[in-house]
Design a protein around this ligand. Structure first.
Ligand SMILES: [Zn+2]
Length: 355
């Protein structure tokens, strides 16, 4: 997103409204109306989410005078994005709602961006920071890991719905947030070694969401309302930090490259955030941060702190560390600087208890 931070110009794009609390799903229609939006609505979601929550969402939309149609999202790929785009064109829709754990939100983000429609994010789990960020991870889009779109205009985070999500989804959110502690360190490193643009405010905002998880880990582990609400709010602010930075820099460093490398090396093992959490323990050690605190926070929050808990083998972890820098050669991190060999990578993983 070079244009956002070039020639001294810096574009910040942020969500306008965030509504979080119990039963706020039923207020979605009113919220959209309050933003002065009109027109038809296309809802992108997976079949299970639709079966559980579709009636509530369409009921709320109808109550506010919006008519809507549903597009079934099968996968976060271009086929789904194009299906949503076709529905938007067919209905002359001006609003796209992405409702789900992550893939439906990403599909809705890219489709609405391409059709110049407004996007509303309705997360049904607290598994990652894509709830509010301007980035969409879509397979087969330009070969990159995330497409730059715009942040959602509004976010409706129903804590009751999110509390009912599969327990493991919270692990993802916890790991994705602890990752901000190392991501921000990598950003500082790029500023110092490569003279890269660095935004103090965005960095501190992202870091704060990681610190919040350290402080609230036990509550999050209990999966009580207070802990889950804090987790959701921290995920939203981390995504906002990316919107302020105009790039994913504050949210994604070497621990994310490690996670992305494992997506390819060991497909299907571990959620995105579970892998970034493991990566954060190791990258914290390399950065001289308190890696034991990160490890302890993962444990307290009930998230995996060792690779075997998500089925990853020792060799896969080592391979993930070694392959991480080549996932994004231009994103300078501690792994690009240190260029670990396989012995060093294995020693790092062992020392930190990841393997
Ligand atoms: Zn992430």
């Amino acid at each position: 997103m070079a244009w956002a931070v070039s020639n001294g110009r810096h574009l910040m794009e942020l969500p306008s409204v965030v509504l979080a609390g119990r039963n706020v799903l039923d207020e979605t229609g009113e919220l959209i109306m309050g933003q002065g939006l009109t027109g038809n609505v296309v809802i992108a979601s997976g079949p299970n989410v639709w079966a559980n929550l579709g009636r509530r969402l369409t009921g709320s939309l109808e109550g506010a005078g919006f008519s809507s149609s549903w597009v079934r999202v099968a996968a976060p790929d271009m086929a789904s994005v194009e299906l949503v785009e076709r529905e938007v064109a067919k209905n002359g829709a001006e609003i796209v709602i992405g409702m789900g754990g992550g893939k439906s939100i990403d599909v809705a983000k890219l489709a609405s961006f391409r059709r110049k429609a407004h996007m509303i994010s309705v997360p049904t789990s607290a598994s990652h920071d894509g709830i509010s960020s301007p980035f969409a991870s879509i397979r087969g889009f330009g070969g990159s890991y995330s497409a730059v779109t715009r942040p959602p205009l509004a976010i409706v985070a129903d804590i009751g719905v999110i509390l009912g999500a599969p327990p493991r989804t919270f692990n993802g959110g916890v790991g994705d947030l602890l990752a901000k502690l190392t991501a921000v360190k990598d950003w500082q490193l790029a500023r110092d070694d490569k003279n890269e643009y660095y935004g103090t405010y965005a960095a501190n905002l992202a870091k704060m969401s990681g610190i919040m998880v350290e402080e609230e880990a036990a509550n999050i582990g209990r999966r009580n309302e207070e802990g889950v609400r804090g987790l959701v709010e921290a995920l939203i602010s981390a995504g906002v930090a990316a919107g302020i930075a105009g790039s994913s820099r504050p949210c994604s460093g070497a621990e994310h490259l490690f996670s992305h490398a494992l997506d390819r090396i060991a497909p299907g093992k571990g959620l995105h955030g579970e892998k970034t959490g493991l990566g954060a323990i190791m990258m914290a050690r390399l950065h001289g941060l308190d890696w034991e605190r990160i490890r302890k926070s993962l444990e307290e929050a009930g998230a995996p702190a060792a690779a075997k808990e998500v089925g990853l083998t020792e060799d896969e972890v080592v391979e993930g560390i070694l392959a991480a820098p080549s996932v994004r050669p231009e994103r300078y991190t501690i792994l690009h600087k240190l260029k670990l060999d396989s012995g060093q990578a294995r020693a790092l993983a062992k020392e930190t208890g990841v393997i």
